[in-house]
Design a protein around this ligand. Sequence first.
Ligand SMILES: [Fe+2]
Length: 170
Amino acid sequence: MSTSTATPYRHPNPKEALPEIVVPHAVPLDERVWVPQADNVWFRPLCLNVSQGYWTNLLRVRKSGVLSCHRHPQAVHGYVIKGSWHYLEHDWIATQGSYVFEPPGETHTLYVPDDVEEMITMFHVNGVMYYVDSEGNHTGFEDVFIKLDMCRKHYERVGLGADYVDQFIR
Ligand SMILES: [Fe+2]
């Protein structure tokens, strides 16, 4: 497409503005970019926002994988890139192309059934993942700093280097 008639903005961005992030292969070509989270569960960081306390990532779950029961104190946005999944607590199914809004106060357990080889979903998670058992008792949590630490340790271990994750931090 010709850009000859388009006029770019002629001024610099505010000096306090952070640099953009562009990830050419959000679904990575290099398997090492996926950070193991649990049996058959991985995440891939896209934006780890340490100034506002959120993270945007791809979640990959293979068949029979479970993302443990958790409560969201803040909203989550999801977009299903591949495969399908559901929550044990709901009767709807998130299929490829679906958008999902998870409201604050929602507690659920993500499950990928046997007949789905693999699902990949982009999630934007604000605040924390507050893990609970089926009675609601607290069992653990993750915030952006814990995700960041998981990335650093994994990337060091697989030879990408701990600082590989730095490109995703804002
Ligand atoms: Fe969730």
